[in-house]
Structure formats: C-alpha cells, structure tokens
Design a protein around this ligand. Structure first.
Ligand SMILES: Cc1ncc(C[n+]2csc(CCOP(=O)(O)OP(=O)(O)O)c2C)c(N)n1
Ligand code: SF4
Length: 290
C-alpha cells in the first residue's frame, strides 16, 4: 500500500481546510506508532461530531494510535455514535448496515487474502454494543464459529446512544435511561465469555482510562487475528450524555467502576495465541516501550 493513501485532488490544494491538509501530510502511515505517540501525528480531524467528554471518542483515538499496520488496515463500522467519526479518520473504513459488520468484515477479509496473497491486510470491526450484542449477535457469533481472521471491537457505552437512550443487552441491570425509565430488568450480557466459548483465540476487556494497556490489547488482538484466529476486545466507555455525567468526570467514573469491581480488566489468550505472540520479538519490544 502506498504511504500516500489520502491525497488532495490536484487543483484543490488551496481550498481544502488546514486540518485536512494536516491529516494528509502527517497521517500515521508507515510509522510504528503507539498510544504514547498521540499528539505527534494526525489521526482524526478535530471537529468531529461526538459529544464533549465522549468515552467512545477517546477509545477510538487510542485504537487508531495502536494499529500495527495502519496503511494496510480496513475498519468496518456500523451505525451508531462511532460511525459519525469514521468519515474523519486517517484509516480506510467501510460503513455497514446496523448489525451486519461482522458479515461485511468476513467477506472483505477473504477478498483481501485472495487479491493480496503476499501482503498482510488487517480487518477490524468497530461497533457499538447495540450493533454487536443485540442486532448483530448472530453474525458476530457465526464469524467466530467459523474462525474468521478478523478482530471485533465493541465500544461498550452501555446504551443505544445514537437513537436517544434505549437499553441495550450491555446496559447494567437497573440502569434508568432516557427511553428505559423503569430501569433495565436483566444483567449485562457476558459477551467476553461467549466469545471465548465461540472460538476467539484472544479476548480482552479494557477501558480508555488505561490508555497504554488499551494500546497493547488492541495490538495483540490484531496480531492474533492475522494468523491464529478471531479476536474480541470489549472497551468499557459509558456514555456521559445518556448517563447524565459531566463531561470532565467520565474517566473518573470509569475508574470508580473498576474500583467497585463493576468493570473488570480481563485478558484471555489461547495457548496457541500465547505461543505465537511470544515468538514475535517486535511485539515485546513495542509493548515494553509503551
Ligand atoms: C437496520 C437498522 N436498524 C436500526 C437502526 C437505528 N439505529 C441507528 S443507531 C442505533 C443504536 C446504536 O446503538 P449502539 O450500537 O449501541 O451504538 P451507540 O450509538 O450507542 O454508539 C439504532 C438502533 C438503523 N440505523 N439500522
Ligand atoms: S451520545 Fe454518548 S456515545 Fe454518543 S457521542 Fe454523545 S457521549 Fe458519545
């Protein structure tokens, strides 16, 4: 893949906004970056439409800074708050119909392997909890059963945020939301456990309050999905707008929930994936530097 992935069409150099020119001239391609490098390159245009303090936006920036091979990565998104950000990132991405993301990613990954047999092409799904655990669960699980070599990342904001606050399978029991005024009656779906049982070789839960660990987890998940099997990362990023938290308190709320044991950081690595990762010297070095 050319490092000049995003280009300004000839004749438009003078009229393109300065921040887009910066994205073109200082994107992440061909650099070995990690979350510690955020701020030294341009991964996202400033004026994105997500709310102030949105933990999904933070998680997305950290994911973008952790891709091991950004110029040869395609992200498959789904309808939801995160999809508003995708048109403005410096990575190739596809928008899929709500819930279809793992089916689209499966076809794409297979096609890329046929078209570029000698190249590594990473395919990453990034979708909300509604798209992953509710409407898309069938296709998510079928991709795991078949051991498709893709990474699935759920942005777990614990609500259908983009449509105004319905409860999702990931809303905690008792959660009172804009459109669930009586409180949710059932506990959160344990998707990490389901992912492990369904055949994922690497499963992790993490939050943007732990940026370096998030970077490490995303990197490991993508590397495992190259060779060993599907991987799943669940990022706890509750929605301040729907839970009515002040923007500046989101990370503290996440840390509080971790202290209370409501949110737990977890990592499952299959023995095969463990051996594979241990053999990748370059991963170890990078992880130590972060
Ligand atoms: C096929 C289809 N069904 C329903 C919708 C309506 N819809 C758009 S966004 C959304 C909720 C998204 O929730 P989630 O996946 O949790 O992402 P979030 O917005 O919370 O980040 C729904 C139901 C749609 N756009 N397409
Ligand atoms: S509604 Fe919630 S998840 Fe959506 S952009 Fe706003 S803070 Fe983020």
């Amino acid at each position: 893949m050319s490092k000049g992935l995003f280009k300004i069409s000839p004749g438009f150099e003078d009229v393109m906004p300065a921040e887009y020119k910066e994205l073109v001239n200082n994107g992440p391609y061909g650099k070995d970056l990690g979350v510690s490098d955020l701020g030294t390159f341009k991964e996202l245009i400033e004026e994105h439409p997500l709310c102030a303090g949105c933990a999904e936006a933070l998680a997305l920036r950290l994911i973008l800074a952790s891709l091991p091979n950004s110029e040869d990565t395609v992200i498959v998104g789904s309808t939801g708050c995160s999809s508003l950000l995708f048109p403005q990132v410096a990575v190739q991405n596809i928008h899929s119909l709500f819930g279809n993301q793992n089916a689209v990613a499966t076809g794409l990954k297979r096609a890329l392997r046929l078209r570029f047999p000698d190249k590594v092409k990473d395919v990453l799904v990034i979708a909300g909890d509604g798209a992953t655990v509710d409407i898309g669960l069938d296709m998510v699980m079928q991709s795991w059963f078949r051991r498709e070599l893709i990474t699935t990342i759920m942005l777990d904001n614990e609500v259908y945020a983009n449509t105004g606050g319905q409860e999702s399978g990931m809303s905690p029991q008792g959660a009172v939301l804009h459109m669930a005024p009586l409180g949710k009656k059932f506990p959160k779906v344990n998707l990490p456990e389901i992912a492990r049982e369904a055949g994922c070789a690497y499963v992790a839960t993490i939050s943007p309050a732990l940026p370096r660990r998030l970077g490490k987890v995303v990197r490991r998940a993508i590397l495992v999905a190259r060779e060993i099997g599907p991987s799943y990362v669940q990022i706890f990023c509750p929605c301040p707008t729907n839970f009515k938290w002040p923007s500046a308190q989101v990370l503290q709320k996440i840390r509080d929930r971790q202290k209370e044991g409501i949110f737990k950081v977890r990592e499952y690595v299959s023995p095969e994936a463990e051996a594979y990762l241990a053999g990748l010297e370059v991963v170890k070095q990078h992880d130590e530097e972060q």
